[in-house]
Design a protein around this ligand. Structure first.
Ligand code: G3P
Ligand code: MG
Length: 232
């Protein structure tokens, strides 16, 4: 079972910061998940729309200039990184799952993916583009077919993983609250991986392993390695 550091190793360092990314690299995670918003054409790595929740800023992330956002403290003196900075740090040393949040365009993300592959030693198989916005995923796949797509869902869809197959997805990225054996079986029968978020408790980590999912997103990668007896 693959371990993805959720928002970096966010149980140990401020989420979605270079510090959390570096810790995840030090832990030899299979992959690192991050969230991106697009501001003035630049992709910033931050999860929440409301700045006071994860930074010393105020208001909505999209109400501010890029220059101002870059001055904020996202914890431990870390600034909000750009996607480019994160990719430069990871440099193909592990998989990266880029989750597109609101108002980010597929073109901006695809440009960064192209850069990562041409200049930063990433292979296509090392970058997953995920989103709850399936329109963005469909368009990204159309524009750049080599892109691996992670079809996010927080529910068990009526026809299980059929929606992901229609998106030509690499994986269904499903919420721990709903993932079940039927979804896993259906996804696997379609040749689609199942990645589960956010799995922080040991009992859930073991349950996911028993369910046969392909990977989990966790804030505590080292806990997962020990709980599941993984050879990391
Ligand atoms: O990508 C998995 C997970 O991060 C999706 O939910 O809200 O934590 O971004 P969220
Ligand atoms: Mg996320």
């Amino acid at each position: 079972m693959w371990i993805f550091a959720h928002r970096g190793a966010s149980g140990h360092a401020p989420e979605n910061t270079l510090k959390a990314i570096q810790l995840a690299l030090d832990m030899n995670c299979h992959g690192i998940e991050i969230d991106v918003h697009e501001i003035e054409g630049e992709l910033l790595v931050i999860h929440n729309r409301w700045l006071m929740e994860t930074t010393n800023g105020d208001g909505h992330v999209h109400q501010h200039s890029l220059a101002h956002l870059r001055t904020l403290d996202a914890g431990h003196g870390q600034s909000i990184p750009t996607l480019r900075e994160v990719l430069e740090l990871i440099k193909g040393h592990c998989v990266v799952n880029i989750e597109v949040k609101s108002w980010a365009t597929e073109r901006a993300v695809l440009a960064e993916i192209e850069y990562a592959i041409k200049k930063l030693s990433f292979r296509n198989e090392q970058i997953i583009l995920s989103s709850f916005n399936h329109q963005i995923l469909a368009e990204a796949k159309r524009l750049r077919p080599a892109t691996l797509i992670g079809a996010l869902t927080s529910c068990i869809p009526l026809h299980y993983a059929k929606f992901a197959q229609e998106l030509k997805a690499y994986s269904v990225n499903c919420c721990i609250d709903f993932v079940d054996r039927a979804l896993v079986k259906d996804a696997h029968s379609r040749g689609i991986k199942v990645l589960v978020y956010t799995v922080n408790e040991e009992v859930d980590m073991k349950a996911m392993q028993a369910l046969g999912v392909d990977g989990i997103f966790t804030n505590y990668p080292s806990r997962a390695v020990i709980a599941c007896g993984l050879d990391n």
